[in-house]
Design a protein around this ligand. Structure first.
Ligand SMILES: Nc1nc2c(ncn2[C@@H]2O[C@H](COP(=O)(O)OP(=O)(O)O)[C@@H](O)[C@H]2O)c(=O)[nH]1
Ligand SMILES: [Mg+2]
Ligand SMILES: [Zn+2]
Length: 357
């Protein structure tokens, strides 16, 4: 069973020390407060954290949906106990919403593809797509922009003209859960045994896409008032779903806020046009304000660079700077190094597989 959920030789190697202690591997499919649903070699099971793990784990180390964990299963198989989380291949991480000290929140772990979902009708927001794209590029998963509800959109050309320049070569798919348009194209973005996470605001049609891919009503979907395009929060927890074709999709509730977490490389990649311009400014320390020979200003003036896109870049830079002032810079540098390396390997592997456009 765990093979169908993406268990691999690499994971088996990481797991060996736990196997030596008599533990079993399992993947988290549903995460609710303090309780987890797992797929174990003995089937689906609910579980809780071992007292020791709960006591010793630091922020960001608690299991999330998509994680591989080491569990003990009692003889009556009544419920498993989680003792450890295996090292994550990658993770989609945001700054937890709310005031106070910035805290990382892992939204999904061990994902090959990140579907960034937005609807073609009223929800479309270029600045939000830029933010999601930066976070997805940072995660090391391969991003895919998905524009939903094509059946409700009489003319998609304006939306595509707005969005395509932002996606920096990341594939864009136009789909409809109602007509079925584009669903096979999404399937072609990942392979059986691989995991795609669905990310985007509430009501854009994420759960409907799970159902369209599954061919059955696997997830509850929300009623929506089409006049203001606001969805109800029907999906209340993150859930990893095994499709009949062997692919895995991780559905998430809408996120009101997607605060950046440690995403310098992702922002640089999502805004590589601005990064390239800034390199050609006359002064290497140009602040792009009123310096002579500023290539960014020149591009803003002649329309090559959109003013809203530029202002969003500044806003994201401020968010990153705000985070880095608050965190221990040494610890940050150490995690970044590992992360950039993994991210590069992950995307290179995805390209080699040739399953991405
Ligand atoms: N016309 C149309 N409606 C859709 C489509 N996809 C989703 N919806 C509707 O949009 C609403 C929200 O969908 P849901 O999948 O729950 O969105 P989620 O919050 O992102 O999971 C529901 O009423 C769906 O029936 C689509 O492709 N076309
Ligand atoms: Mg939903
Ligand atoms: Zn400049």
């Amino acid at each position: 069973m765990i093979e169908r959920y993406g268990w691999s030789q690499g994971l088996q190697d990481d797991f060996q020390p736990h196997a030596d202690q008599g533990l079993s591997p399992a993947r988290v499919t549903v995460q609710r407060r303090g309780a987890y649903t797992l797929i174990t070699p003995q089937g689906e099971m609910t579980s809780h954290l071992s007292g020791r793990f709960a006591h010793e784990a630091k922020e960001g180390e608690y299991p999330v949906t998509g994680d591989w964990v080491a569990v003990s299963v009692p003889p009556d198989k009544a419920g498993a106990t989680i003792h450890a989380v295996l090292p994550r291949r990658n993770a989609f991480t945001r700054k937890a919403a709310g005031p106070g000290r910035p805290v990382a929140q892992v939204v999904a772990a061990n994902i090959e593809v990140a579907f960034l979902v937005t609807s073609l009708n009223a929800d479309r927001n270029a600045r939000r797509i830029e933010r999601y794209l930066a976070t997805a590029l940072e995660s090391g998963a391969a991003p895919v922009v998905v524009l939903t509800k094509a059946d409700l959109c009489a003319d998609r050309a304006p939306a595509l003209a707005e969005i395509e320049p932002l996606t920096r070569g990341v594939p864009v798919h136009v789909v409809s859960a109602v007509s079925g348009e584009g669903i096979e194209g999404l399937r072609a973005c990942f392979a059986p045994g691989q995991t795609a996470v669905l990310l985007g605001s509430s009501g854009v049609g994420k759960s409907s896409l799970v159902n369209a891919l599954a061919g059955t009503e696997r997830m509850a979907t929300g009623g929506i008032r089409e006049d203001d395009a606001r969805g109800r929060h029907t999906t209340t927890h993150r859930e990893l779903v095994l499709l009949p074709d062997g692919r895995l999709v991780l559905d998430t509730p809408g996120m009101r806020e997607l605060g950046l977490w440690d995403a310098e490389a992702g922002v640089a990649e999502a805004f590589d046009d601005i990064e390239a311009l800034a390199k050609t400014c006359r002064f290497t320390d140009c602040r792009h304000e009123a310096e002579p020979g500023c290539a960014v200003r020149a591009a803003l003036e002649d329309g090559r660079l959109d003013g809203d896109r530029w202002r969003n870049w500044i806003k994201l830079q401020r968010e990153l700077a705000h985070l880095s002032r608050r965190e221990d810079p040494v610890a940050r540098a150490a995690t970044r190094k590992v992360w950039i390396q993994r991210q590069k390997q992950g995307r290179a592997a995805a390209k080699r597989r040739g399953d991405l456009e």
